[in-house]
Design a protein around this ligand. Structure first.
Ligand code: 13P
Length: 252
């Protein structure tokens, strides 16, 4: 059975001690529950990764980065390399988030380089895809997502591809309070699985974990996660409170 994941993308939020408190609260809460089918991933800002991996060592969650630069070292002021992430035992890294595509102009090709760089260090990319509202309104959302996958992931050989986690995040649902309906999520997730089936075959299609992201919260998570092709969530705002995040984890 494929892996279910609930991942918290904290984005650029929390001071250091708030972050430490929140991670400790989540770690404590995870000790109280028995999770057999879901992996929990926390993606704090880069400055807090070491603190997070220190706590994770004694706990039942994994740590993910929010970004990486696709080179092992060099003159790239301000950037963080996959080698540095691997040194800290970071296990996941978000790639292709719509905020990075939009504000930092990250191209399909650059994202493909990030995916390759992460996989070379055994870090699991959480690859985000999704359309903006005008694309959905124009009825081209399937083509948009297809292109994102084809240009940044489908160059991978099957073994590498199978290490990747995909997150469908319709951009119009991110931070807006407008969640995709469970039918909209299922329709796109099933479409993504069909694309994987065509490119890599049925085993890869059955095994690939596809998360939903975009205004997912404690109230709607159970319904979204009940859909057959939705394997958990990538959670923004609702991952910043331990109670709410844990409620989502327990919905998976
Ligand atoms: P929200 O859950 O705040 O809508 O953000 C989703 C997201 O962008 C996760 O990566």
């Amino acid at each position: 059975m494929r892996k279910k994941i609930v991942a918290g993308n904290w984005k650029m939020n929390k001071g250091f001690s708030e972050a430490e408190d929140l991670i400790t609260e989540i770690a404590d809460a995870l000790e109280e529950v028995e999770l057999t089918r879901v992996d929990v991933v926390i993606c704090p800002p880069a400055l807090y990764l070491e603190m997070a991996t220190d706590i994770a060592e004694e706990s039942n969650f994994s740590v993910g980065a929010q970004n990486v630069y696709p080179a092992d070292s060099g003159a790239f002021t301000g950037e963080v390399s996959p080698t540095m992430l691997a040194d800290l035992d970071v296990e996941y890294c978000i790639v292709g988030h719509s905020e990075r595509r939009k504000y930092f102009g990250e191209s399909h090709e650059f994202l493909a380089q990030k995916v390759d760089a992460l996989l070379a260090h055994d870090i699991i990319p959480i690859f985000c895809c999704g359309e903006v509202l005008p694309e959905r309104e124009a009825g081209i959302h399937f083509e948009v997502v297809k292109r994102q996958l084809e240009e940044s992931l489908f160059h991978l050989p099957e073994d590498d591809f199978r290490a990747v986690v995909i997150a469908y995040e319709p951009v119009w649902a991110i931070g807006t309070g407008v969640t995709a309906t469970k039918e909209q999520a299922q329709e796109m997730h099933s479409y993504i699985r069909t694309l994987v089936l065509k490119r890599y075959g049925s085993e890869a299609a059955n095994e690939i974990t596809i998360l939903y992201g975009g205004s997912c919260n404690a109230k709607n998570a159970k319904e979204l996660f009940s859909m057959p092709d939705v394997d958990g969530g990538l959670i923004g705002g609702a991952s910043l409170k331990s109670d709410e995040f844990m409620a989502i984890v327990l919905s998976a």
